[in-house]
Design a protein around this ligand. Sequence first.
Ligand code: BT5
Length: 249
Amino acid sequence: MQTVILRFDSLPSTNTEAAAHARRGAREGVCITAREQTAGRGRLQRAWSSPKDAGLYLSIVTRPPFELSKFPLLTFAAALAVRDALIEVYRLKIDIKYPNDVLINEKKVCGILAETVETATGTAAIIGIGINLARTAIAPDLPFATTIEHETGCAPDGEELLHAVINNFNNRYLTLALQDGDTLTLAAWASHSTFAENKTVRVTTHDESFIGTTRGLSSDGALRVEVDGKIKTVRVGDVTAVRATALQT
Ligand code: BT5
């Protein structure tokens, strides 16, 4: 994928802008970035804190050559790419939390929002990535969030990280597009996420909340969670780690 970066000072959301470009026929590899987002979005219309020059806010237009059933794995490919980039540039120890968070020291440094958009030339997928660079990226009311500045003690170079994320996403995307790309991507995700196996987690969906133990990913990318000896398959919702002490109280 050949990337073209379109830079904006301020946008409501780079994902919304990228979707508009895709509808107008933008080709795969168009990457929208903004110095700030005034209406940055997470899943379920949650807000993504995006103050000026405090984070990387980018959205890549993809036109996947594979079947729709593989699309959910784009989020995994993006999380793996962010992990690759953070290790390459900052040598940080990174974890990935199901389904769309990249963590440092158990705190969220990056969120990913993959969305599909119907266009005249087929379904495009917009891969939105937000990474907290400076301490000012997050308000104190986000205790489970962190920034690269906080973790490294240095003001980060967003430009170097932007290129590392794009290059690594290209590689992970090429892998996903292979015939056995789903298997390869799921295996890579599972080997780099402490959430894949044997982790006690709380799962919260719109209609239930339960605690169980993770038992890997299913072939379509759902998280398998064992509860009272039975496997529940989690496709949507929030997953958080539960500490042993929290279970006792
Ligand atoms: C996400 O949603 O984590 C996806 C975030 C995707 C943001 C990128 S930025 C570029 C592109 N353009 C957009 O408009 N979006 C994408 P979710 O899993 O629903 O998490 C949202 C929750 O994370 C919020 O409800 C807050 O609790 C928390 N949060 C908000 N801003 C944060 C930040 N900057 N860092 C860490 N956590 C944050």
